[in-house]
Design a protein. Structure first.
Length: 164
């Protein structure tokens, strides 16, 4: 019995580390194809650990447990890396997904859409054009009367600034 439990635990640990290695390999492959304006070490000195994980490591925060999903104040959403205005509250809507969602960016020239086939999925990743850093993804299931796009962003990649 003890040998069976030990074997299951060992198999679980090997599987866990194998999946993490595949994900790290996916990230390294993708980082080769997009230009990042600073080295990861430089970004570590600028960004918080959460911002770094999301923006540099292309992480995703948990749905419904983030700063801006339920934010209904008037204002702008700036890049956590550069302070550039990326989205506005006028374009935010409740998508029910648990992440802050927008129908469009404040200025399309500030972002870039790149193919993201990590984790066996085919998605469109949204990156900040000037830095190459990850912001979130864009989908074609937004409000039809507002263009049909849903820019699903990570709160950790944004800083909200309230306006009057």
């Amino acid at each position: 019995m003890k040998k069976s439990i030990l074997a299951i635990m060992l198999l679980s640990v090997v599987t866990l580390f194998s999946c993490q290695n595949i994900n790290a390999q996916d990230n390294a492959k993708i980082l080769q194809h997009r230009q990042i304006s600073k080295t990861p070490a430089q970004w570590k000195t600028i960004l918080t650990p959460n911002q770094y994980d999301i923006m540099v490591n292309r992480g995703t925060e948990p749905p419904f447990h983030n700063a801006y999903d339920e934010n209904h104040q008037k204002g702008v959403y700036k890049s956590a890396a550069t302070g550039e205005v990326l989205f506005t509250s006028d374009d935010k809507f409740d998508s029910g997904t648990g992440w802050p969602s927008f129908v469009k960016p404040a200025d399309m020239s500030k972002i870039e859409i790149v193919k993201d086939d990590s984790y066996g999925m085919d998605r469109d990743e949204v990156i900040e054009r000037s830095t190459g850093l990850h912001l979130g993804h864009v989908f074609d299931d937004g409000p039809a009367d507002r263009g049909g796009k849903r820019y699903c962003m990570n709160s950790g990649a944004l800083i909200f600034v309230k306006t009057k």
